[in-house]
Ligand binder design. Sequence first.
Ligand code: 3NM
Length: 533
Amino acid sequence: MKRCINYGGSTVWPNEHKVLSDLPESLDVVLTIGDSDSSGGAGIQADLQTFQNLGVRGCSIMTAITAHNEHEITTMQPMSVEYITAQLSALSHFPKIIKLGMLARVSTIEIMVNFLRQYTGKVILDPTMLSAFRKELLHAESEQYLHELRNLFPYVEILTLTIPETESILGRTIHSYHDIENAGHEFLAMGLKSVFIKGSHLEHNTLSQDYWTNGTESYWLSGQYDEYSNDRGMGCVFSAAMSASLALGYPLKDAIIIAKMYIGRGIRLAQSINASTFITHAGWPEDEIDLPCLSDCYHGFSSAFSDCGRDPIGLYPVVDHSDWLRKLLPLGVNMIQLRIKGKFGHELENEIKQSIEIANKFDARLFINDYWELAIAYGAYGVHLGQEDLDSADVKKIYQANLRLGLSTHCYYEVARAHAFKPSYIACGPIYSTPSKRVSFSPVGIDQLTRWRKTLSSYRLIAIGGINQARIPTIMETGVDGVAMISAITQADNPTQMTIELLQMMNAYNNILNPIINTNPANSTLNIFLGSR
Ligand code: 3NM
């Protein structure tokens, strides 16, 4: 075998054939290492379809060729050590993401372990050796194969497993969700950075429940269980979608959600061809039905919070003092958030109490940021929580007190977490960079907001972060229900005038979106702002 060398900080294998050298450096590429499935339902063929659908270029190394149809594998021919090494050596640059699938032979695992010692990118391991028909593939080597597989673990970012695979590797039966959690932590003790166990093979399961842990953080993903008799290719497509999302720059926690949506949609829309079923590949997954609920326990579904009423949301100022309510509510603002920082004790309580009284007087929907206990005590309309607040707040108490709930989100992981609470609205941000809050996320931009509008189709959706008057047309064209703003109002030269103008703009959009609610023909702002778009 040729020796791998370290060249200018990146690992390069000596080669004559620069297979990837013509690719622009910025192109997102995933290398999949696994078996060829002649029927196209699983293996490298399924991986490449998934990469392409998610906008990522794939390259591949074959570890085996299988003769596959919809019902069985008739033959498998593992690649020799020489062929696998030659394929590795032919690559001039290694993509930053590698997906390892079925490696077929102990000798192949050994090659990979040697190679990964010097590889600096991320590795996703989906052993697939026991899924569907592949259980027969390992022949007499199976014991040793399972044992050798563990040597890969220290190099792996995430291991994805079904319950039968978990049982084979750990040598015991998994009966319950608790067993799955324990198994996850046992895998971490073997040197893995994180593990994802798909719970859909658990007996009597009516939901799709999957567990992920990296030792410090853990969560369950719950989705609708789909009767899909033939699970061939599910593991490949799921881990391929995760690999593609990582290559696109999504963090692992987001990549898992995207992959779960991708496979959820693929199974939901699976196509029957000649009495067998194939996962559907249909581009980026965007449907809410495929969005899992993310929760720290396995019974992840909760009752929906009350909605925000029939009135449109439109302008949603976020202010830090009751004086702002005195100033803005008489102008017609009917939804507002009190976000107080740096006040405590009586002063804080008094501010909240007064704000609720003012809001009630104007029949306005007031959300209290963070201080949910005071919001309940004084009967606020709702509570707004950030993701960190969710760790400590008693969301059940907010629900039982019949307050509305608004949640901040910044990424797929947080959107899936918010979805588990079924809040009254979801805020997505920051859309643009903002001077008003230190947010550890890059601006999400209009394209992602448009995508989340589609994904969160049943929710009232609010855009926040860096939004000003000039940006409102672009934001409203995404179809969001409301726009939350701090500085555009509170830092305006004339906040009252600015608020009046913003309200007029919003009313124009509300008239378009809700023609039945707002039928007043005298509302000339509609024409003004339609004309200006
Ligand atoms: N939350 P401005 S951005 C309070 O992204 C807040 O969750 C954000 O202020 C989020 O309108 C933000 O001045 C600040 O940009 C919004």
